[in-house]
Design a protein around this ligand. Structure first.
Ligand code: C2E
Ligand code: CA
Ligand code: CA
Ligand code: CA
Length: 278
């Protein structure tokens, strides 16, 4: 175990010289971590600012490494994607998030949705629909409370996107376009794909107060989403000023450090307990 820890430390410091070996080591570590169940989900609340209530959470994966501690997704998701390990990891995330959401429902907390990030490797997989169908059956989650976050790049192949998203919609789950505005934006396709929600990327939100272009972009995305009957949520909200701007543009669903960071299960439950109406 000690040796492992040492090796693992070096693999998180990418160097161009031995990246092949590092990748292989990291790949093996991820495989092992999946087997040993070292991954853990944090949940970041999504707030309806009109009511102040938590309407959902986004599940965000971390690696609870025995020697390195909590490793953020940026350090392992790219390799998991490259190696295809994102498929079993993503399935674990989906199943765990659904089980957790069901537990919260059974504990009597007000209904909330859970949003799960999907990678393009999962999206193009033939059996995504089958996997999700199984998870819905196993966990008994009401499909309307499961939201998948996809990115615009996944909809590049219009035919595949229409087919997969159509099947997912038939299951009754929600679809959100994540990081909206950073990729291939075409609002016409949004309608075609029957998207339920757009998530305005945090890079636009960050500079809302200082960059009038970003403020205009955000205002335009919100207005167009409303016109198309698509919900809109802003992520990366850190300040009261950003929140006030979003509210002035009629964007009332937000996620960000201003309210809460991603939290472990116990802390979310504490929060839900405090806001429960008895
Ligand atoms: P993302 O989907 O865009 O997730 C939002 C990221 O922004 C999260 O980082 C979150 O902690 C962070 N964030 C939330 N509010 C704020 C804020 O107010 N200010 C700032 N500066 N940041 C904020 P995190 O958890 O490190 O995740 C990073 C990325 O890793 C995610 O970006 C997502 O692309 C990926 N990821 C995380 N979990 C999963 C997963 O289960 N599957 C897949 N495929 N990707 C995942
Ligand atoms: Ca996301
Ligand atoms: Ca995002
Ligand atoms: Ca992002």
């Amino acid at each position: 175990m000690k040796e492992d820890g040492k090796n693992n430390y070096t693999i998180f410091e990418p160097s161009p010289n031995n990246s092949g070996i590092e990748r292989l080591t990291l790949e093996n570590s991820i495989r092992k971590a999946l087997r040993l169940e070292e991954f853990v989900l944090y949940y970041q609340p999504q707030i309806d600012t009109l009511t102040g209530k938590i309407i959902g959470t986004e599940a965000l994966v971390r690696w609870n490494h025995p020697t390195l501690g909590l490793v953020p997704p940026a350090k392992f998701i790219p390799i998991a994607e490259e190696t295809g390990l994102i498929v079993p990891l993503g399935e674990w995330v989906l199943r765990t998030a659904c089980i957790q959401n069901q537990i919260w429902k059974e504990k009597g907390y007000a209904p909330m949705s859970v949003s799960v990030n999907l990678s393009s490797r999962q999206f193009s997989k033939q059996n995504l629909v089958k996997t999700i169908t199984e998870i819905l059956h196993e966990t008994h989650i009401d499909p309307q409370y499961l939201e998948l976050e996809i990115t615009e790049s996944m909809t590049m192949n219009v035919e595949v996107a229409i087919e997969v998203l159509g099947k997912l919609k038939e299951l009754g789950i929600q679809i959100c376009i994540d990081d909206f505005g950073t990729g291939y934006s075409n609002l016409y396709y949004l309608k075609l794909f029957s998207i339920d929600r757009l998530k305005i990327d945090q890079s636009f939100v960050r500079d809302i107060m200082t960059d009038s272009n970003d403020a205009d972009i955000v205002a335009t995305i919100i207005a167009m989403a409303h016109n198309l009957g698509i919900d809109v949520i802003a992520e990366g909200v850190e300040t009261k000023e950003q929140l006030d701007f979003l509210r002035s543009q009629n964007c009332h669903e937000v996620q960000g450090f201003y309210y809460h960071r991603p939290l472990p299960v116990e802390e979310i439950e504490q929060l839900l307990m405090n806001t429960m109406e008895i």
